[in-house]
Design a protein around this ligand. Structure first.
Ligand SMILES: *Cc1c(COP(=O)(O)O)cnc(C)c1O
Length: 232
C-alpha cells in the first residue's frame, strides 16, 4: 500500500470507530479530501485510492484542477473556501456543492449566477460557531435568516450547514462547538416547512478533530493533512 492508501485506510477506520462508539452507522459519514496545495496528480492518486469527494479552497486552484481533469472519477467536487462575490461565476455550476456560503450577500450572488446559467446550485451555509473575529460566516442566530432567504431564492438549494471551529488546541477542545453546530442543524430541519428532505449535510471536522465531529453528528468530514501529510 502507498502512504496515501495507508492514511486513507486509517482515517476511514477512525471514522468508523467514532461512529460505532456513539451508535451511528459509519455509512452515514462521507470523507472529503481537502486538496488545497496538492497537485493534480496527488488528487488523481487519492481518487484512485478511493476518495469520493474532493474539497477545494481557492478558486484559482479549483479552476486549474478542473481544467486538468484532476477530479475525474470523483463522485463530487466541493468548494470549501471563502468565496468572493466577484469570483462566483468561476465556481457556480462547476462544483456539486458550495459549502462556504458565509453571508446573505454571497447567497444572493450565488443564486443570481446560478439562475443566469439556468441551474440550481447546491449550497451549505457556513456558521462561525466560535464567534471568531477572523472568520466569516453566519452567527449561530443569524444563520436562520440565511435559511429563510435560501428557501426564497430560486438559484440555490440548501443542503445543510458547515463550520470551521478554532484550530484545536487540546484533544476534545472543539467537541462543544460540534455539539452546538449539530443543535443548530437539527433546529433548522425542524423549522423547515418545505424541502426538509433536502437537508442532509452537516460538514464539520478536520484532521485533528474529525472523530469528535463524527461523535457529534457530522455527515461530512474534511481531511487534508491527515491524508496528504503536512502542507509544504
Ligand atoms: C484545509 C481545510 C481543511 C482540512 O484541514 P486539515 O487540518 O489539513 O485536515 C478542512 N476544511 C477547510 C475549509 C480547509 O480549508
Amino acid at each position: 500500500m502507498s502512504v496515501l492508501e495507508e492514511r486513507l485506510a486509517a482515517v476511514n477506520a477512525a471514522i468508523a470507530d467514532a461512529a460505532r462508539e456513539v451508535g451511528r452507522d459509519p455509512g452515514e459519514i462521507t470523507l472529503e479530501a481537502a486538496t488545497k496545495t496538492q497537485t493534480a496528480d496527488t488528487v488523481r492518486a487519492a481518487i484512485q485510492a478511493g476518495v469520493a469527494v474532493c474539497g477545494e479552497n481557492r478558486v484559482q486552484e479549483l479552476v486549474q484542477k478542473l481544467d486538468a481533469f484532476a477530479y475525474d472519477g470523483a463522485r463530487e467536487v466541493h468548494f470549501i473556501g471563502h468565496l468572493q462575490t466577484n469570483k462566483v461565476r468561476q465556481v457556480v455550476g462547476r462544483v456539486d456543492l458550495i459549502e462556504s456560503v458565509d453571508s446573505l450577500h454571497l447567497l444572493q450572488a450565488v443564486s443570481d449566477c446560478a439562475q443566469r446559467l439556468g441551474r440550481v446550485q447546491d449550497i451549505l451555509l457556513e456558521v462561525n460557531i466560535a464567534g471568531e473575529a477572523s472568520k466569516s460566516g453566519f452567527t449561530p442566530d443569524g444563520v436562520f435568516g440565511g435559511v429563510e432567504k435560501a428557501q426564497e431564492l430560486p438559484g440555490v438549494r440548501l443542503r445543510g450547514i458547515m463550520c470551521i471551529p478554532p484550530a484545536a488546541q487540546d484533544v476534545g477542545g472543539n467537541r462543544k462547538f460540534f455539539r452546538k453546530t449539530y443543535q443548530i442543524y437539527v433546529d433548522i430541519i425542524s423549522k423547515m416547512v418545505d424541502n426538509r428532505e433536502d437537508l442532509s449535510c452537516l460538514s464539520m471536522g478536520m484532521s485533528r478533530d474529525f472523530a469528535d465531529a463524527v461523535r457529534e453528528g457530522a455527515t461530512l468530514v474534511r481531511v487534508g493533512t491527515g491524508l496528504f501529510g503536512p502542507r509544504g
